[in-house]
Design a protein around this ligand. Structure first.
Ligand code: GDP
Ligand code: GDP
Length: 463
């Protein structure tokens, strides 16, 4: 499971700066879902081989009272959901009363917490840090978030426990064949490799049904689980994360990742637990295919776009479902479709379905797109095919000149799957304009008939 890191501290210590540094995005997922505070930000980060979710909990008011109320309301939920807490203080401003109040609060929680002294650029860090030992911590980390100093070392330490658990398999000498990449890396005979690919394709598809509150996730989940053709297996006990529901339909196995908490409710009339952004984001990370639901009766909101942005960032396969399509007159349907075109037209790889979870209309067709997306994302593509397509693209439309020399593409190979990564080698390829990169991407998508999954292209200068 992907770890969650919460950034905590009083205003102005540099939380946003560190957040932006880690996520490298300006448009973080800002949670203004009903029932959640407005100033909590969620982002997805990659650092070396680590992937994690970051929450910026928003500033905590300086007064004792403020810590009690605001911290309780805003940051507490984030801290509870986090695996690791980074407690930021300002090395230039020195220790303050609110730092001490926050520290006291954090001590009462049982979370791995790292004290991070920020803004140590241009000052005598060691003497500035000395007074922070009063906070009663075991270790502190000196960083300058604005200058990216100390950040990698800090994150390496904070995330180390999670990296170790991933590497366990190797140490015991087991060969992991749970992805196309693993199979290619393993030294197998052609026959064994074929069998491994086949097993992989027969794996259950992990499908996350996500969307903001009230779009119809529970209704759809219940509809899917209630279908006669679906066989639902016993599932393991409840956790603080989504419930995983194994099921089978038409010979294909799935694991439904239930972010709506359907299976956790004892009866249908019970109030749903508060919508959890973290739970949704973790579900995306853990899924093979994401089914994002949008409400046809509401305008496409910033929350829809934020969730979508997160899915795109994660590289997961995607199917879009516009729900509540029942009982709309044609004029409204046309308006919804042109709104989709205008705001989501840039996602050219995802199938869009118009469904009614309530009546079941269109729900059966979702499975086809889910399977198609999964197959596309895990398809094995040979070096010769990738190179041939690259060559055809280059013949149809030559790359431009850069500094008086024509860019030349030489060969291509697969660099990863789920999402598929294509690595193109050539002269000056790093200087290709983005329009040509986009052209190559579209060319590959059409030639490989890959629907439902993003494709990533990386360029490698071979000079
Ligand atoms: P937040 O309120 O905790 O989110 O703090 P911000 O990230 O908005 O930062 C507050 C101020 O501190 C801004 O003016 C930043 O430019 C500045 N700042 C952040 N990190 C550093 C740093 O590493 N060094 C210095 N000198 N300033 C920093
Ligand atoms: P969730 O919060 O995303 O799990 O949404 P729910 O499944 O609880 O649905 C929210 C509301 O929308 C409920 O009142 C549902 O009855 C209604 N709803 C869900 N799907 C449909 C649909 O396809 N058509 C119509 N008309 N209403 C729907």
């Amino acid at each position: 499971m992907i770890p969650v890191v919460a950034l905590v501290g009083r205003p102005n210590v540099g939380k946003s700066t560190l957040f932006n540094r880690l996520t490298r995005t300006r448009d973080a997922l800002v949670a203004d879902f009903p029932g959640l505070t407005r100033d909590r930000k969620y982002g997805r980060a990659e650092l070396e081989e680590h992937e994690f979710i970051v929450i910026d909990t928003g500033g905590i008011d300086g007064t004792e009272e403020g810590v009690e109320t605001k911290m309780a309301e805003q940051s507490l939920a984030a801290i509870e959901e986090a695996d690791v807490v980074l407690f930021l203080v300002d090395g230039r401003a020195g220790l303050t009363v609110s730092d001490e109040a926050i520290a006291k609060h954090l001590r009462s929680r049982d979370k791995p917490t790292f004290l991070v002294v920020n803004k140590i650029d241009g000052i005598d860090a060691d003497s500035a840090c000395a007074e922070f030992w009063k906070l009663g911590v075991d270790a502190m980390y000196q960083v300058a978030a604005a200058h990216n100093r100390g950040v990698t070392a800090l994150m390496e330490r904070a995330l180390a426990p999670f990296a170790d658990s991933l590497k366990g398999d190797d140490e015991e000498g087991l060969i992991d064949l749970s992805s196309v990449e693993d199979i290619e890396k393993a030294d197998l005979t052609e026959e064994d490799a074929e069998a491994a690919y086949k097993r992989l394709q027969e794996q259950p598809i992990k499908l996350a049904i996500i969307g903001r509150p009230n779009v119809g996730k529970s209704t759809l989940t219940n509809r899917i689980l209630g279908e006669e053709r679906v066989v639902v297996y016993d599932m393991p006990g409840t956790t603080r994360d989504s419930i995983y529901i194994p099921m089978e339909r038409d010979g294909q196995e799935y694991v439904l990742i239930d972010t709506a908490g359907v299976r956790r409710r004892k009866n249908m009339n019970q109030v749903v637990e508060k919508f959890s952004v973290i739970q949704t984001l973790k579900a995306v990370e853990d899924a093979n295919v994401v089914l994002l639901i949008i409400d046809a009766r509401e305008n496409i909101s910033d929350q829809d776009l934020s969730l979508l942005g997160f899915v795109l960032n994660s590289g997961r396969s995607l199917v879009l479902a516009v729900n509540k399509w029942d009982g709309l007159d044609n004029e409204v349907k046309e308006r919804v479709k042109s709104e989709l075109d205008r705001r989501l037209g840039f996602i050219d790889f995802a199938r869009i379905h118009f469904i009614s979870a309530l009546h079941g209309t269109g729900v059966g067709h979702l499975y086809d797109s889910v399977i198609e997306a999964y197959k596309s994302a895990t398809k094995r593509i040979s070096t010769s095919l990738l190179t041939r397509i690259m060559q055809m693209a280059q013949d149809d439309h030559q790359p431009p000149m850069v500094r008086g020399r024509r860019v030349k593409l030489k060969y291509a190979h697969a660099g990863g799957y789920n999402p598929p990564i294509i690595v193109i080698h050539g002269n000056q390829v790093n200087d290709l304009p983005s329009s040509y990169k986009r052209y190559l991407m579209n060319y590959y998508r059409r030639s490989l008939e890959m629907m439902g999954t993003p494709i990533r292209i990386q360029f490698q200068n071979s000079e």
